[in-house]
Design a protein around this ligand. Structure first.
Ligand code: SF4
Ligand code: SF4
Length: 150
């Protein structure tokens, strides 16, 4: 009888763990290289905008002056182009998918006060050095002019 063939398999299955999971009641397990969603280490971002230019969906907005980076997770298809293009390597794909919501929402990340303060200090230092270099150049020019006139 054909049905007899299935009896050993049916008996084995009685003692096996189920292959399905009870998600969402148990946390989901993702494969190691799953492209779930995009994450950013915002304090490392320099606001260059390379990611926004690389994004084929226009899902990203960067404001260098405000120190913000914004992603519309409902537009993002997790292609990973922005991750590839970021010169500071502060973008990455991470496990976990966007949960459904009644409307499209975006997620805004803002640099910490400490990171903004350090950036402002660096800018001020660069401006001071540039002003010093300019003054030195002008002084050198003046000295050359006066020695040529003498
Ligand atoms: S993963 Fe692709 S679609 Fe998503 S923000 Fe980056 S470039 Fe845009
Ligand atoms: S490419 Fe990287 S460093 Fe440049 S704005 Fe995007 S996240 Fe920031």
């Amino acid at each position: 009888m054909a049905v007899m063939k299935f009896i050993p398999e049916a008996l084995k299955n009685l003692f096996r763990q189920p292959v399905t999971t009870s998600y969402p009641f148990e946390p989901a397990e993702y494969p190691e290289r799953a492209r779930g969603h995009i994450e950013i280490t915002i304090d490392d971002c320099i606001g260059c905008g390379m990611c926004t230019r690389a994004c084929p969906l226009g899902a990203l907005k960067v404001d260098k002056n405000e120190g913000t980076w914004e992603i519309d997770r409902f537009d993002c298809v997790v292609c990973g182009y922005c991750v590839e293009k970021c010169p500071k390597k502060c973008l990455r794909t991470a496990p976990g998918y966007q949960e459904p919501e009644p409307g499209k929402t975006s997620q805004l990340y803002k640099k910490s006060e400490e990171a903004l303060r350090l950036e402002a200090e660096k800018k001020a230092e660069a401006a001071r050095k540039a002003a010093e270099a300019k003054a030195a150049m002008e002084a050198k020019k003046k000295a050359e002019q006066s020695s040529a006139e003498a």
